[in-house]
Design a protein around this ligand. Structure first.
Ligand SMILES: [Zn+2]
Length: 277
């Protein structure tokens, strides 16, 4: 499942390929991608648009056009974007959309499970769109210990569930949440409101370092994730706890355990991450 580091890797590869280009042809092959809007109307609006840049907000990829229109792509479970020579991958059964650029190359959206979304938002609607959905960018200056402490205060929910809430901080998913809690030595079931100030500061640094590690290794390929050239990431080799049931904790050697928190599989070290207060 693509999280911030995977989407950021895709962004960094797609941006140079798309910036300054015109969308010559747009074929949306799956109506689930754009619903409730009909695919032909989204395709019609995209056709002829000139790309200014490709950015990211949380787990959304944002293609900004000179017209002020923004295409927000959310990859959800299994979405991927590939940049390929024109006509490549035309027999792929999971191909859901194809955008042909004016240099003749194709940007292909593929999605096995079809939960991904494409939405068009105008410049003047963008702030309102984000403000209801996303908290601060974890790698940006707005994500501070004071702000995080404020957001956690009084919360009785497990810290793992709280950091997965995109309105708390944008871009964390199951993998990097577990990695961050291990780095911060915090038990995933710890009530969020009980964190002491130094634990909040540790959590903030841990969120940043686990995401940065993921970006450095071009994301984690556990199943479907690929970058736009089709290459897998390397973060899966550097995960400390996620998916490592029974393997030794890299810090203390204690076997990693798996529990469920809010319905999500959760890995942690029972020695480094004590239940606490
Ligand atoms: Zn340990």
């Amino acid at each position: 499942v693509p999280e911030l580091p995977e989407v950021e890797t895709i962004r960094s590869r797609l941006a140079p390929a798309m910036a300054g280009r015109c969308l010559m042809r747009v074929a949306i092959l799956d109506s689930r991608l754009t619903r409730p809007e009909p695919p032909h109307s989204i395709a019609g609006e995209l056709r002829g648009q000139h790309v200014s840049d490709v950015s990211r907000r949380g787990k959304y990829l944002v293609v900004r056009f000179e017209s002020g229109l923004h295409l927000l792509v959310h990859l959800r479970m299994t979405g991927t974007l590939l940049h390929v020579p024109h006509g490549a991958r035309s027999v792929d059964p999971y191909r859901r959309a194809v955008v042909t650029l004016d240099d003749g190359s194709d940007v292909v959206y593929r999605d096995v499970r079809r939960f991904g979304t494409w939405q068009l938002v105008r410049k003047e609607e963008l702030d309102a769109f984000w403000s209801g959905r996303l908290g601060p960018e974890p790698l940006g200056p707005a994500f501070t210990s004071a702000r995080l402490a404020d957001a956690l205060s009084g919360r009785r929910a497990p810290i793992k569930s709280v950091v997965l809430d995109q309105r708390m901080v944008a871009g964390l998913g199951n993998i990097y949440a577990d990695e961050a809690l291990w780095r911060a030595r915090l038990h995933p079931l710890r009530a969020a409101g009980t964190l002491a100030p130094e634990e909040v500061a540790r959590l903030l640094r841990a969120v940043r370092s686990s995401l940065s590690a993921g970006i450095e290794r071009q994301g984690a390929t556990l199943r479907d994730y690929r970058d736009p050239t089709g290459a897998p990431g390397r973060m899966q080799e550097a995960l400390r706890v996620y998916g490592r049931t029974g393997e030794p904790c890299p810090r203390c050697g204690t076997p990693i355990e798996k529990i469920h928190v809010g319905g999500r599989g959760t890995w942690y070290c029972p020695r480094c991450q004590k239940p606490g207060s």
